[in-house]
Design a protein around this ligand. Structure first.
Ligand SMILES: [Zn+2]
Length: 322
C-alpha cells in the first residue's frame, strides 16, 4: 500500500527516532515531480569499513553506492541494479549494486601509489563531493538491470563527463533523453564515532497522470524552482543523522505541496555464498582448475564483502570430475 500524506500535518515529526538506511519517496504533484531522498548511515559505514580503503576511495565509493540506490528507485524492476565505472584514474573500478529488496553492496579497485601522487586526499571530506577527474579519471559509467535468468538485461553506458558522480549521472540523462532528472549526493564521516554517512536526493519530471490539466508554463516554472530548492540542500543536511528525511523534505519543499510515501529499508548485505563461488569456479577453464589443484588450499575472497571461502583439493577434484 502506498499511503501519501501531507507533511504539514505530520505531527510525529519531532518525536520520531530519526529513521536511517532508507529510501524516502516523495511527490510534488502540482508540478508533476517525483523524487527520492536516500539516507545511508550504518549500512554505508559497514560496507566502507569492510575494506581498508584510503579516505578518498571510501568517499567516492560511498557516493557511488548512494547514486546506485537513488537511480534504482527510479526504475521498476525485480532483481539487481548495478552501477559500474571503469576508468584510467587512480580508482580504476567501482561497482555498487542494490537489489529490489534493498540489499546494498559495493567495492572499488585503486592504485595506492597513483592515489597518493594525485593528491586526491585533499578533495574528500570537506563538504565537497569527491572529484571524478582526480580520482576516477576518464572512462565510462554503466548501469545494468539484471532480472535473473531468461530475462533481457538492460544496460546503459555513457562516457564519464562531470566533476562529480552526480554530474556524470545527469550527463547520462541528457544523453539517453529518457527522463529529465536532477541529482544531489553527499558523503561524509560524521557523528561521535566518525562513521560514514551518505545522502542522495533525486528529482525527476513525470508525465502528468490522467491528463491532469497542468499548465505547461507552471510545470516548467515548478521544475526550475524545485531544482533551485534542491540545490539549496547542503551536503551536511543530506547526511545529518539528527535531521529526519521527512523534516529535510519539508524544509526544502514545504511551499510546493510535497507529499511523502512509504519508505523502503536498505541494508548492507552481500549475496555471495559458497555455492555461488563454486559456480564461478565451475566456469573456469580446466587448465586453471588443474593449476589450483597443485595448491593444498585455494582461497577465494569476495571483493564486495571481503569474506573468504576456502576450497581444498577434494573440492576441486569434485569440480574437475563434473
Ligand atoms: Zn560477499
Amino acid at each position: 500500500m502506498n499511503l501519501a500524506f501531507d507533511l504539514t500535518f505530520d505531527r510525529g515529526l519531532d518525536g520520531d527516532p530519526k529513521p536511517d538506511d532508507l529510501v524516502q519517496p516523495f511527490r510534488i504533484d502540482p508540478f508533476a515531480l517525483r523524487g527520492r531522498l536516500v539516507r545511508l548511515g550504518p549500512a554505508v559505514d559497514r560496507i566502507l569499513s569492510q575494506h581498508d580503503y584510503p579516505e578518498p576511495v571510501a568517499a567516492i565509493l560511498g557516493e557511488a553506492i548512494t547514486l546506485a540506490v537513488v537511480l534504482a528507485g527510479a526504475l521498476k524492476y525485480d532483481g539487481v541494479f548495478t552501477l559500474q565505472t571503469k576508468s584510467d584514474g587512480p580508482v580504476r573500478l567501482i561497482v555498487a549494486d542494490v537489489s529490489t529488496e534493498g540489499a546494498v553492496r559495493g567495492y572499488a579497485q585503486y592504485d595506492a601509489e597513483r592515489l597518493a601522487s594525485a593528491g586526491a586526499a585533499a578533495t574528500a571530506g570537506r563538504g565537497r563531493s569527491p572529484s571524478v577527474p582526480d580520482l576516477i579519471g576518464a572512462g565510462y559509467i554503466a548501469f545494468t538491470v539484471d532480472q535473473g535468468e531468461d530475462t533481457e538485461r538492460y544496460q546503459g553506458i555513457v562516457e564519464l563527463a562531470g566533476a562529480t558522480l552526480a554530474e556524470c549521472a545527469q550527463h547520462y540523462f541528457r544523453q539517453s533523453e529518457q527522463f529529465q532528472a536532477a541529482i544531489k549526493l553527499a558523503v561524509a564521516r560524521s557523528g561521535p564515532e566518525g562513521g560514514w554517512r551518505a545522502g542522495g536526493l533525486m528529482l525527476q519530471r513525470v508525465p502528468p497522470e490522467g491528463g491532469s490539466p497542468l499548465i505547461a508554463d507552471d510545470v516548467e516554472d515548478g521544475w526550475r524552482r524545485a531544482m533551485v530548492l534542491m540545490s539549496s540542500a547542503t551536503p551536511f543536511e543530506l547526511v545529518d543523522a539528527e535531521l529526519s528525511p521527512r523534516r529535510l523534505l519539508l524544509r526544502l519543499f514545504h511551499n510546493e505541496g510535497v507529499r511523502v510515501y512509504d519508505t523502503h529499508p536498505l541494508e548492507a548485505r552481500c549475496r555471495c555464498s559458497r555455492e555461488r563461488i563454486l559456480n564461478i569456479l565451475r566456469s573456469f577453464p580446466g587448465a586453471e582448475i588443474e593449476e589450483m589443484r597443485n595448491e593444498a588450499v585455494t582461497t577465494v575472497t569476495c571483493q564486495f564483502c571481503n569474506r573468504s571461502y576456502r576450497f581444498d583439493r577434494d573440492d576441486l577434484d569434485r569440480i574437475a570430475a563434473e
